[in-house]
Design a protein around this ligand. Sequence first.
Ligand code: ACO
Length: 331
Amino acid sequence: MKKEAGKRIKITGTGIYVPDKILTNADLEKMVDTSDEWIISRTGIKERRVASEDQATSDLAIEAGREALNSAGLKAKDIDLIIVGTSTPDTIFPSTGCWVQKGLGAGNVPAFDISAGCTGFLYGMILAEGLILSGAHKRILLIGGELLTKITNWEDRNTCVLFGDGAGAVVLEESDDESGMLSSYWKADGNLGELLYQPAGGSRIPATDQSVAQRLHYLHMKGNEVFKHAVKKMGEAAVEALKSAGLKKEDVDYLIPHQANMRIIEATGRRLKLPREKVFSNIHKYGNVSVASIPISIHELNEEGKLNKGNIVLMVAFGAGFTWAAVAYRW
Ligand code: ACO
């Protein structure tokens, strides 16, 4: 989708929260049959953050949301909608969005969750754009929060080395200048859902002694299959979003790919023929934090002082569903 000239939304505040506890590859070597060398060479991950037992996704999301509001110069009462992307909600219902609304003291603003796996943050931006440009809402707090370590099977070396916990948030408002969201592209393919999913806990397989014994409440993934689709679809989404913004590959100042695997990140950069320094990565310190990875990356890139006004930022994600999306953005 290309945006109507002059009307766009922009990010007016960012915030993140990651738990203090660090789990290194050396720690994982003591838990499963793996090695620091294997994990780094296959994924680029050196360490990840792990929430404490008493933390739920909303606890992380509230902290990130609070920081985003502060950086936008706003109070919780100033926002008129809360959207939380997550695959690890505090509870199936109420939504994590409602727990966040309570925690922030945001009043009775509507609040809900988006379930789109790692693509949830970009799905949320695209949704927020429609809601703001239609005039329905003015200031939206969009948060990606994930506590994947609580649905990780710590005996499965194929998955347990990959994931971490964290949250990132942005405040979105109508832009009053040239900056903001230029175009977007979003897709899904439900035929491939079982390549990456949490089989039990929903209405298909409710919780029973058997579902617990069979470890069906954990994340299940056919990693190498997911890998192939992720590389292809992230490349496709990046190219399509650029095309509908009327931009060329060489116009991109920063690519912010979902941080799933260093090899996927690099392949997406290669597809756009971007030099390595234009491809943002923080996977070495957080692992795959799913829907939180793009908002955390935007915040860090900005905090590092690397984003200048007018820079073109291309965000691209792929996740469970499968879902994939990209957003071209002028900072
Ligand atoms: N340590 C050591 N060996 C391991 C480990 C480990 N942690 N995990 C797997 N292996 C072994 C396998 O058992 C296999 O051994 P075998 O050949 O004896 O059977 C061998 O390594 C190769 O396994 P592959 O799965 O083929 O390894 P691959 O190179 O594909 O890397 C990985 C696996 C890292 C999971 C990769 O496929 C990947 O990153 N996939 C994408 C995952 C992803 O992006 N998921 C999320 C996208 S959506 C979201 O973010 C939620």
